[in-house]
Design a protein around this ligand. Structure first.
Ligand SMILES: [Zn+2]
Length: 81
C-alpha cells in the first residue's frame, strides 16, 4: 500500500498509553489538485483541491485509513494490560 496524503510520518504511544500520530505538514505552494492532479492555477480551489468533491473524497480516504490504523494499533496492544 502506498503512502497517501494524511498518512502520519510517525505513530507511537505517549506516557499515558494513548495512541498518537505525527502528520506531515502540507506545503501551500502546490498548484495541482492533491486528489486528481488537475492544474488549479488561477482557478477557484478548495484548499489543496480543485473541487469540493475532490476534497470530500480525500478527507474520507484519510479518515478511513486513520481509523484502520487506530484499530490495528488497538488490536496489537490488546491483552498487554
Ligand atoms: Zn481534483
Amino acid at each position: 500500500m502506498g503512502v497517501v496524503l494524511g498518512d502520519p510520518v510517525l505513530t507511537g504511544v505517549d506516557e499515558e498509553g494513548a495512541y498518537y500520530e505525527l502528520l506531515p505538514v502540507l506545503k501551500a505552494t502546490e498548484s495541482k489538485c492533491l486528489r486528481c492532479g488537475d492544474d488549479m492555477e488561477g482557478k477557484l480551489r478548495i484548499g489543496f483541491y480543485c473541487s469540493l468533491d475532490c476534497f470530500r473524497e480525500d478527507q474520507r480516504t484519510i479518515e478511513e485509513r486513520r481509523q484502520r490504523r487506530v484499530a490495528m494499533h488497538a488490536a496489537r496492544h490488546s491483552g498487554n494490560n
